[in-house]
Structures are given as C-alpha cells and as structure tokens.
Design a protein around this ligand. Structure first.
Ligand code: PMV
Length: 345
C-alpha cells in the first residue's frame, strides 16, 4: 500500500465509539449470538508527526468512574480506579507497535488521547482507544487501512494486552451501528449489521466492579461444571432471547425489546453475575418508567443499561441515586472516523 503523502505527514484525529452489549453476554462465550451497539461517546486520538523516532503519548482526559471510599476497622480508606487509565496507555503503545510492524514503518509521533466516557466502566474504551490509535497512527504515516484491517489489528491489540479477548468490542468500535456477533464452531466470529434505524435512548448506570471480566467468565465456567445441564439450558435461553430481540429491533418494537432485556437480566442473575448494587439500579430504572433494564458486560459490578424512550430524564435521576455515575446516550452511531487536521511542514 503506497504512502499517500510522500514526505509530508499530516496531523490527524481519529475517533471511535464506545459500546454496550444489548443482549447475549456470557452466552457468546458458549457459541450463542450477542447483539452489541455503539454509543455516542467517543475516544479521540490525535496523531502529530515528530521529526524524530519517538512516540510520545499524552493522555489529556482519561477519566475513571469514581473514588471508592471504604470504612473498615475504624479507618476510612480512599481508593481510585486510576489503574484503569494506566492500562489504557498500554493499548495505545501496543497499537503503535502492531501498526508499525504491519506497515513496516516507524516514525515519531505525539499521540494525544481524550475520552468522552470514563475508562474501565465496561463501555469498551480499551477497544475504542486501540482502534482510534491504529487509524490515527496509520493515517499520519500516510496509510488508509480498510475497516477489516482495522478490526483485525484492533482485535490483535486487545488479545496481546489482555491475553484473551473476543472481537466484539473492536468490531463495534470499527464498524459502529448495531451488530449481531456469533462464534462459529471453528472459533471464527461472524458479524452481521442490523439495520434497525431505531432510536434507542439508553441510560447507562455504573458502579465499581468487584471482579474482572476474566474472573466473571471463569466463575460462570465453574458453575457450568457443577450444573452442566442447568447452565447449558440458561445459555440456550439467552441465545433465544437474543434472536427474539433481533426480530423486535428490526420491527422497531421497543416494548418488546425492553421486555426481552428484563428476561435477559433475569437469566444473567441466575448465572450469579449480577449483584445487589446492579439489581438495585436495574429495578429503580424500571420503577422510573424504563421499558427494560439489564446489566451489560461481564457483571460483578460495572454497567447497567435501561431503555427509556420519553423517560430518559426521569430514569437517569432515579438511576443516579444508586450509581457512581450515569450517562444518557444514543446508540447505533458510526464507527471509527478520521480527519486530517493539517499537513506538517
Ligand atoms: O465486561 P465486558 O464489556 O468486557 O464484556 C464481557 C462480555 C463477556 O461475554 C462476558 C465476555 C466476552 O469475552 O464476550
């Protein structure tokens, strides 16, 4: 692929959206489909060419959800999730390394990263950071990568940083919209864009996590080993809910989508991945008028989504009382995008 700019390297900014899983988390690990959507909060990565070979990273605004105050043995312990923002930097570094190797070029750049959503809140920020960095860095080297190249390099970044990752987050950060994703028997993933053209006004509530995604997936695996038939049945039901939800989304039947979110949450709760705080947010959202609500992502704390057309304000106020932070969002927005800011001399 020839460099488009010869000697001139442009300063560019790439942005990629965050995501929420609408249906099917955990069951996707066992081969069932999941439906995931982009949200209208983005990560921006600016790439500015330098005259040397140094890659300098500046994280301007990588907010973390909150400060955790614990009162224990007559002592107030204040902690933060700030380690999460440090880990975001690992994705930037790895993305640069992988793109340099893929394109066989390495030139110095300043990378400036800014996020409209808190990192480490289960909104897929590590994938957004990875995908936006890949596109920004490649573009300022003079290369336009295809979406498939970006998605596949992004998945590699996540796998190398985390050890294990599904392509769900990097796919949605790349392509945007609403995607149905399913693993095939050969371990490959197939992806299908759902053309719903539906406005889905969602409120997201977040509470601190007490376990990582890896730990939650392992916990479910152990439960499955103890109750194979039971847990198989639950996974299968989640698969059925997801397929019903796909139909409801395509028909724009939001009442039904909400109802199916409630069923999905009940099934996730039966797997033991919800907790008291998540359930509290799920139920106050419904009481305040949400059509449906469920935990999203791996659980063990983290995020809850509530579908709230016409009641977004009221539902957010109710959820805020029980959450560390809340966000009102629109879903199904565009994937990664890049813009040239100026040509470097
Ligand atoms: O917590 P998140 O947003 O990383 O979502 C995890 C989703 C799982 O289905 C539990 C795991 C996976 O890799 O798909």
């Amino acid at each position: 692929m020839p460099s488009l700019f010869g000697g001139l390297m442009p300063k560019v900014v790439a942005s990629a959206p965050g995501k929420v899983t609408l249906f099917g988390e955990h069951a996707i690990v066992y081969g069932y489909p999941a439906i995931v959507t982009s949200i209208d909060r983005r990560v921006y990565v600016t790439s500015e060419p330098r005259n040397d070979n140094t890659v300098k990273i500046m994280a301007l605004d990588l907010r973390v959800p909150g400060i955790i105050v614990t009162y224990k043995d007559n002592e107030v312990v204040v902690g933060t999730d700030y380690g999460q923002s440090l880990s975001a930097v690992a994705y930037l570094n790895k993305a640069v390394e992988i793109v340099s190797e893929y394109l066989n070029v390495r030139k110095g750049v300043n990378l400036i990263v800014r996020s409209e959503m808190p990192v480490g809140a289960g909104l897929g920020t590590s994938a957004s950071v990875s995908v936006a960095t890949i596109v920004a860095y490649a573009k300022s080297m003079g290369y336009d990568l295809s979406p498939d190249e970006v998605a596949s390099l992004g998945w590699r970044v996540e796998k190398e940083v985390q050890g294990i990752a599904s392509p769900m987050d990097t796919s949605i950060a790349t392509y945007g919209g609403i995607l149905k994703i399913q693993a095939t028997s050969t371990g490959k993933y197939v992806r299908e864009k759902l053309n719903t053209e539906t406005e889905l006004p969602i409120v997201i509530g977040y509470v601190e996590r007490t376990a990582t995604t890896k730990e939650m997936v392992k916990m479910v695996k152990k439960l499955k080993e103890r109750y194979p038939d039971l847990v198989d049945g639950i996974m299968k039901e989640i698969g059925t809910v997801t397929l019903e939800a796909e139909k409801a989304l395509l028909k724009r039947d939001l009442e039904k989508v909400g109802e199916l979110m409630n069923i999905n949450h009940g099934l996730l709760d039966s797997l033991g991945v919800s907790n008291y705080r998540l359930n509290e947010i799920v139920y106050v959202a419904r009481a305040a008028g949400a059509l449906g609500s469920k935990l999203t992502g791996a659980g063990g704390g983290g995020a809850v989504i509530a579908l709230a057309p016409n009641t977004q304000e009221r539902v957010e106020v109710a959820m805020k009382l029980h959450s560390t932070m809340t966000l009102k969002t629109r879903v199904g927005v565009g994937g990664v995008a890049v813009k040239e800011l100026e040509k470097a001399p």
